[in-house]
Ligand binder design. Sequence first.
Ligand code: TRP
Length: 330
Amino acid sequence: MNRQRIFSGIQPSGNLHLGNYLGAIKNWVKLQDEYDSIFCVVDLHAITVPQNPEELRKKTLEVAKIYLAAGIDPEKCSIFIQSHVSEHTELMWILNTITKIPELNKMTQFKDKSVSSDVSNISIGAGLLNYPVLMAADILLYDTNLVPVGEDQLQHIEITRTLAKRFNKRFGETFVIPEPYIQKEGMRIMGLDDPTKKMSKSASSEYNYIALTDDEETIRKKIKKAVTDSGSEIVYCDDKPALKNLINIYSLLSDTPPKEIEKKYENKGYADFKSDLADVAVSFMKPFQKKMKEYDDEKVLEILRQGAERVRPLAKKKLEEVKKKIGFVI
Ligand code: TRP
């Protein structure tokens, strides 16, 4: 019963893609047997940039369907929508009051998002600046021990640790200090149109990613168009980053080691390799999407509501402890 707790979340914005699945969700599925796991759909984070309301609602359920289709089991762990547990926002406010503005200003994700935002500086919302404080609240509410995230989120885990320590020092032991849980291999799936950058759901070209909702024709077209390196042999090495990325995708989707794939294509070229990769991707995606369709909106919402019921008592208890310690009248 004394299992360590993990917490992670994905924003319901943009199109979830193979990179999200292979780099994150696939591992969560393994972790759920070993850890007391909480997986969240972080809609409050999504609205730090403008969202279309209907689209947001649709995406929120879609992310949950993706969790379920991937094999995250609501019997084993809790999946819920962040905004269903209002303690997240309440704790965030309190943590805000012990956060220093320069600590937020220096966050790389904030700097990137505020620069790349196509609108002018004036429209950068305060929510974008405070994003890491909300993430800290997500994590600290549940006495989380480990946070499985990509390397781009390490800075956010670091500030979460800072805030937890600061609060504990000032008001007494309250929060568990969480650790990031980075996959050993650190498998990062890169963009199909640019293997120097991570596959991204907010990429400007849809040829950057294979969305988990793409149909067969689109998948084949995107793989055909994927950039490759010079030369014609199929080799797995660092100076062929585009090919390496495609081999990684092939490898993870088919559970075949990269070296074996190399061998299989010894006397063949890109055309053969890519056409087989498309087959591999399609034969993963078809049953995946079929599973997604098995969950209608009502059914998913029911699972998400149950998830919220399960985690709410934990969040309530922690928030009450916090309120007492800082001097609120309960
Ligand atoms: N910021 C994370 C991302 O974009 C999403 C997130 C929000 C999260 N809250 C979290 C991840 C808590 C882990 C734990 O990837």
